[in-house]
Design a protein around this ligand. Sequence first.
Ligand SMILES: C=C(O[C@@H]1C=C(C(=O)O)C=C[C@H]1O)C(=O)O
Length: 373
Amino acid sequence: MKDDKYAPHNEDGSDEDLNALRERIDDLDHRIMALISERAECASTVARVKLAESPEAIFYRPEREAQVLKRIMALNPGPLANEEMARLFREIMSACLALEKPLRVAYLGPEGTFTQQAALKHFGDSAICTPLPAIDEVFREVEAGAVNYGVVPVENSTEGIVNHTLDSFMDSSLRICGEVVLRIHHHLLVGENTRRDKVSRIYSHSQSLAQCRKWLDAHYPHAERVAVSSNAEAARRVKSEWHTAAIAGDMAARLYALERLDEKIEDQPDNATRFLIIGNHDVPPSGEDRTSLVAAMRNQPGALHDLIEPFQRHEIDMTRLETRPSRHGAWNYVFFIDFRGHLEDPRVRAALDEVHQRASDVRLLGSYPMGVL
Ligand SMILES: C=C(O[C@@H]1C=C(C(=O)O)C=C[C@H]1O)C(=O)O
């Protein structure tokens, strides 16, 4: 027993105590397993009921999953943190859902990007996630039905909006089915042959270079900064190059087994990116939802005020307003609006009725549960 690597190293814990504790853990594991199996049976029955109602039934219910995770966090007795407990249940739900059929998800790749991390955070490990090289390709794959959902970035708290994503909505009939907010931590990564004082070039995506600008000015003022197509591509390059470093996140660092010279080098400690889940169906209310729409206005004085005034009057909390050039005619603009609430809420309906009358065109992009984790 003494050569057991788990044997107690402190004076007070005897082998007998530890053995008893391990027996208790074994017993708890068996009970947890029996409960998880029972839960999985239940989820399978739900799937059969849904299938009996309609052969087109959608097994995945984002609003229900958001409610489950919120309830788990509210009831969590500790000592595990709420996020940890919810993460475990996220995986249990993911595995239960995959019993029926694993979800197929496309994300803006390559592998190792924050978007992959967002896909994993939202759908769990049992979904089959495929990287695609461009945002419009993610849209196309979902439209074609080749995958069930897509994951694309939409805004970063320090650098602002991802224009490609907003523009893709203009030509698409897809719906927003969910959102994921990810805390973004950037690390300075090198391959095994590069020393700290030899770094002469730093690769990253332009957004990440911008998010670490002050840190780079202070620590590597003379290194050349080279923008590449993604953080993961930056990591891939430094794997085989000398005297270069990449700025990228955990997924890329792990994927390419790079050394972390410095961690969490982002200028804003609360740096976060919001991602959208795109699909082809509406999502019922979860109780805490957001709605997105795009509206085109006639080009006249006071147009923007007219557009947003109904939201204010109906006390709807607008969380984002973005302007993009319209594809139809020079100097025409469209407005992307996010607000709290669901299309089924009476107040939201009342405000939208008025918006419809005032705008020349309104397209509802969907109501969806606000990011839980
Ligand atoms: C079991 C259901 O279906 C799926 C599985 C869920 C789960 O394991 O809790 C939750 C929502 C759905 O994605 C359901 O709709 O309740």
